[in-house]
Design a protein around this ligand. Structure first.
Ligand SMILES: O=C(O)COP(=O)(O)O
Ligand SMILES: [Mg+2]
Length: 227
């Protein structure tokens, strides 16, 4: 293992993969279970990034409200449906696969740090045919803490054999920026993910509008990575 290889850690939902169609289907399955009307799948895009419980909480809030007991009952229903349908309509954003290949060709190691449950993240990665691409996949339940806690990013780096001083994070939302900042790792955000606020207000080092821009952007914001 080359100890100086750059490590690029990726968020999953909204960053590498447009998972909203399957998350919205799971949301509407739970809402039907509770006798609620469905939500517009487009609205679910901005409910993702803090884990399934928070996603469901937002969906319940939009359809009449819900308490902790409803969430306790709804989260397993959500996860069971989603787990069985994790890659029905989910697709990588345009340019992702070429960009991951370019990073690997440049000698970078790649990993996933998502707030999705680890099992579901691993299943999705395999369903996309990406089983060999990542040196570590950590989910929101892999550790006692998760993004925005920096330990989630730092432990991902530790498990991939990476060095925080030779790393960058690529995400779409506030937990990604906060965790990376606190870990001391430069962070690039996509402009087309699931943030519930304009992502260019979150204080990332750079924004990308298309994955074709990722490698040049990383070279610009973290030139030492590829030196
Ligand atoms: O909120 C989630 O379930 C996961 O979101 P993330 O992959 O963007 O961390
Ligand atoms: Mg995300």
């Amino acid at each position: 293992m080359n100890p100086t290889a750059p490590s690029i850690v990726f968020d999953l939902d909204g960053t590498l993969v447009d998972t909203a169609p399957d998350l919205a289907a799971a949301m509407n399955h739970v809402l039907a279970h509770f006798g609620r009307a469905p939500v517009d799948p487009e609205a679910v895009r901005h409910m993702v990034g803090h884990g399934a419980r928070r996603t469901l909480e937002r969906g319940l809030a939009l359809t009449g409200g819900g308490d902790e007991a409803m969430l306790d009952a709804g989260v397993p229903v959500f996860l069971e449906f989603y787990g069985a349908n994790v890659c029905v309509g989910s697709r990588p954003w345009e340019g992702v696969e070429a960009s991951l290949a370019a990073l690997a060709d440049a000698g970078a190691r790649l990993a996933i740090c998502t707030n999705k449950p680890e099992r579901l993240a691993v299943d999705l990665i395999h369903a996309l045919g990406w089983g060999d691409l990542f040196d570590a996949i950590l989910g929101g339940d892999s550790l006692p803490v998760r993004k925005p806690d920096p330990a989630h990013v730092l432990e991902t780096l530790a498990r991939m054999g990476g060095d925080p001083a030779r790393a960058a994070f690529v995400g779409d939302s506030r937990p990604d920026v906060e965790a990376s900042r606190a870990a001391g790792v430069p962070v690039v955000l996509t402009s087309f993910g699931y943030s519930d606020v304009p992502p260019d207000t979150l204080g990332a080092d750079a924004m990308i509008d298309h994955f074709d821009a990722l490698v040049p952007t990383l070279r610009r914001v973290a030139p030492a990575l590829f030196a």
